[in-house]
Design a protein around this ligand. Sequence first.
Ligand SMILES: NC(=O)c1ccc[n+]([C@@H]2O[C@H](COP(=O)([O-])OP(=O)(O)OC[C@H]3O[C@@H](n4cnc5c(N)ncnc54)[C@H](OP(=O)(O)O)[C@@H]3O)[C@@H](O)[C@H]2O)c1
Length: 305
Amino acid sequence: MILTDMIKKRILIVGSNGMLGQRLTEYFLKNNDVELLCASSEEKSLIPNVEYKQLDIIQKNDVKKIITNFFPDFILNAAAYTNVDKAETERELCWKINVKGVENLALYSWTIDSQLIHISTDYIFDGKNGPYTENDLPNPISYYGRTKLASENSIKASGTRFTIIRTNVLYGPAKYGRADFVKWVYNSLSNNNQIKIVTDQINNPTYIDDLVQAISKIIYYKKEGIYNIGGKELLSRYDFTKIIADYFNLKKELILPILTKDLNQPAKRPLRSGLINLKAETEFGYNPKSIIETLELMKNELGIK
Ligand SMILES: NC(=O)c1ccc[n+]([C@@H]2O[C@H](COP(=O)([O-])OP(=O)(O)OC[C@H]3O[C@@H](n4cnc5c(N)ncnc54)[C@H](OP(=O)(O)O)[C@@H]3O)[C@@H](O)[C@H]2O)c1
């Protein structure tokens, strides 16, 4: 074994209290080859027994302090302003977090020659002709999408080594915070609540732990550049919801089909979207689970017999 193989990798997870951040934290916490530091906007870590610092990525000096003190080999950025509809009116805050904050991370990542692994989205596309490859031309139709595209561009311009991961509709077993889509559907239908679900938004929902596995492989193989990480199946949100209802034996008649335009949401959504995973599959063996397999895994977590 060569000496560098014996040295622990230092990983900084930013946004560690978020839906993806929590699962990343739980995963790397169990890895003995990793020295982990977590940071997020709240005072305390939601995941116990982890080295944690409160951090607002808008604050350049605080970003500098954490990065230059810890000297991470990899910075995983799972922090973002993620409320797509509110972003239309809270533009300044959304820009500060998603663009200025990411610029700060990229600057100090470059300063210490770290690798920044940043999470982006299919919302950088207009949804006219998805699913998309990494080389398709972005054309965001929401303010959130514009900030996420701007964050990608800031990273590319910063000079730091980087990996940009584009993903879509994350779901999975995050314990804390807001319910993911599967839990929301499960809770609504179990409580006999009708839910309106769009039939015209197509994408490939991504199981969070598949994304965590992909990130772990990107670190292992030191992959740089842009990678799509989506789920196995491309389908409408309505069909996804029906699969969830079927799997958990819930009443499908409570699911009402609706068109996106009739929801009157403040932010536009890409309709024919989704991400082609071929590059990640061929370069590092990304192999996402089927929806049924992921529901099976979530079953225990939802406490269903
Ligand atoms: N969820 C999806 O379906 C989806 C789809 C495609 C791409 N993505 C991308 O995936 C990444 C992770 O998404 P997620 O669903 O896990 O998001 P999330 O649950 O909203 O988590 C984001 C985390 O970032 C933190 N944060 C916000 N502003 C911050 C700041 N200024 N400084 C430090 N931390 C800050 C949030 O803290 P507070 O709660 O205190 O604000 C939260 O803990 C994001 O980049 C998102 O754009 C998500």
